[in-house]
Design a protein around this ligand. Structure first.
Ligand code: LMG
Ligand code: NDP
Ligand code: PMR
Length: 395
């Protein structure tokens, strides 16, 4: 982990020129994504290959108040302190796989922000995470009080915040009637969007204070919220309409439980929530990137057909969905691979661009993807932001 005296970035923070993971991109009409139109980003797994590097120097400097880059007394070289990343929903699936990938580099301390404390502890142990590389702090995104409490508890830990990953989500495709958060919002949009919206806004102050070389706020989006793809055209399709339901508070009493004011549909509510996630990231970028230097990005990690996300779906779906994605759409990705992808977005030095939506081709090379018209509508992003601010008590 030694640094050149002339640069701020350590070796694992420099772009690998090997281009090991880069591959010729082919057009993929199945995914509805004209891959060749997009940036051909060279894949660098250097940040994830740090197990080979000495970790001693890093551990010695995992102290909160130390500046991001320190001068080691003995050899006059600079070293980077351990980064601190909060991952919501790190107790399973993508969140857990990302926590594992980052923790095992020895370069990150992972704050696992989870609603089930014991489950998170067990999950961390089950994937072999070392105690010194993570902390579990309780967070229930379905309660705005819990979000505020989480932020207080995190601040009490006196750790810096270098990267925030908004990953947790619920998907309720078989629900006939809406269910609600503690604050009375429909559960999927309440958890996936509004909980994260408040969390990211509160933690912006903490990210600003970080002196880490690359500060990031990442939100997990999805292909199914993007109607410019085949996957995004499987009914019910995402559509936020004129936001009349969101404006009414999504409470199912004096307003609809759906953002567009329509009849409740759990699968649509989930896809709508993902559109809100992707819009939120872009609005963050427009409002704060220039002033703060923070990178705001979203991503589609691939179809991780085996995660807990589908726990509410019918058993037949859970049986057929993984082979369907593996052999028919070829959009399948394992939990481990998806974790590496998200870990790249957290720590890879080549992925610092702000305001973008990352995807990966079959060879796991990342590229900057195009969002659907609705998911990239600046006017809608501003409206979603303004209405959400009121709902969570920020305005
Ligand atoms: C909604 O229905 C529900 O209403 C809602 O409540 C919620 O659950 C929501 O998104 C979740 O779904 C969606 C419904 C509408 O889709 C289905 O019911 C399809 C279920 C399929 C589930 C995926 C598993 C697929 C299993 C197929 C398995 C195959 C295995 C082996 C075969 C081997 C053969 C070699 O969906 C639609 O209306 C869409 C309808 C249609 C299909 C469009 C197809 C487009 C063509 C694409 C080509 C790709 C090949 C696909 C083959 C698919 C086979 C079904
Ligand atoms: P999982 O269900 O495995 O993980 C979701 C996590 O969110 C769990 O840890 C869950 O906690 C947590 N969570 C749910 N509700 C709350 C809450 N109220 N407060 C705090 N945490 C909560 O699903 P995935 O790993 O698949 O999903 C992760 C992300 O990836 C989501 O944002 C999803 O939309 C996105 N995504 C997934 C795809 C896929 O194919 N699976 C494709 C595209 C995007 P607990 O463990 O306690 O249940
Ligand atoms: Mg989809 C063509 C590629 C493709 C991809 C990449 C996905 C991803 N899906 C594709 C195609 C299809 N799906 C087709 C052709 C069908 C009709 C048979 C289909 C159906 C389908 C269902 C019923 N797909 C689904 C469901 C779900 O319930 C999942 C969902 O919508 O969750 C919101 C889902 C998904 N398909 C995906 C991905 C990534 C999902 C899940 C999750 C997500 O977006 O987070």
């Amino acid at each position: 982990m030694a640094l050149q005296a002339t640069t701020l970035l350590p070796s694992a923070f420099s772009i690998s020129k090997e281009g090991k993971g880069s591959a010729a991109l082919k057009d993929s009409s199945l995914f509805g994504v004209p891959l060749s139109d997009h940036l051909k980003t060279e894949f660098s797994s250097s940040a994830l290959r740090t197990k080979k590097l000495s970790r001693g120097a890093l551990r010695a400097q995992a102290v909160v108040t130390t500046p991001a880059v320190n001068r080691a007394a003995a050899d006059g070289k600079k070293t980077l302190r351990k980064g601190c990343v909060i991952i919501t929903g790190a107790s399973s699936g993508l969140g857990l796989a990302t926590a594992k990938a980052l923790a095992e580099t020895g370069k990150w301390h992972v704050i696992m922000a989870c609603r089930d404390f014991l489950k998170a502890e067990r999950a961390a142990k089950s994937v072999g995470m070392n105690k010194e590389n993570y902390t579990v702090i309780h967070l229930d995104l379905a309660s705005l009080d819990s979000v505020r409490q989480f932020v207080e508890n995190f601040r009490r830990s006196e750790r810096p915040l270098d990267v925030l990953v908004c990953n947790a989500a619920v998907y309720l495709p078989t629900a006939k009637e809406p269910t609600y958060t503690a604050d009375g919002f429909e559960l999927s949009v309440g958890t996936n969007h509004l909980g994260h919206f408040l969390l990211a806004n509160l933690l912006l102050e903490d990210l600003k204070k970080s002196d880490y070389p690359s500060k990031r706020c990442i939100i997990v989006g999805s292909i199914t919220g993007n109607t410019n793809t085949l996957a995004g055209n499987v009914p019910p399709k995402a559509n936020l309409g004129d936001l009349r339901g969101l404006g009414g508070g999504l409470n199912g009493l004096n307003s609809s439980a759906m953002i567009d004011g329509g009849e409740f549909d759990g699968a649509k509510a989930y896809k709508d929530s993902k559109v809100c996630n992707m819009l939120t990231m872009q609005e963050f970028h427009r409002r704060y990137h220039e002033e703060t230097g923070i990178t705001f990005a979203s991503l589609y990690p691939g179809c991780i057909a085996t995660t807990g996300l589908f726990r509410e779906h019918i058993p037949l779906f859970r049986l057929l969905f993984p082979p369907f994605q593996k052999y028919i759409t070829k959009g399948y990705v394992s939990e481990e691979e998806s974790g590496k992808r998200l870990a790249q977005v957290v720590s890879d030095p080549s992925l610092t661009k702000s305001g973008v939506y990352w995807s990966w081709n079959k060879d796991s090379a990342s590229f900057e993807n195009q969002l659907s018209q609705e998911a990239s509508d600046a006017e809608k992003a501003r409206k979603v932001w303004e209405v959400s601010e009121k709902l969570v008590g920020l305005a």
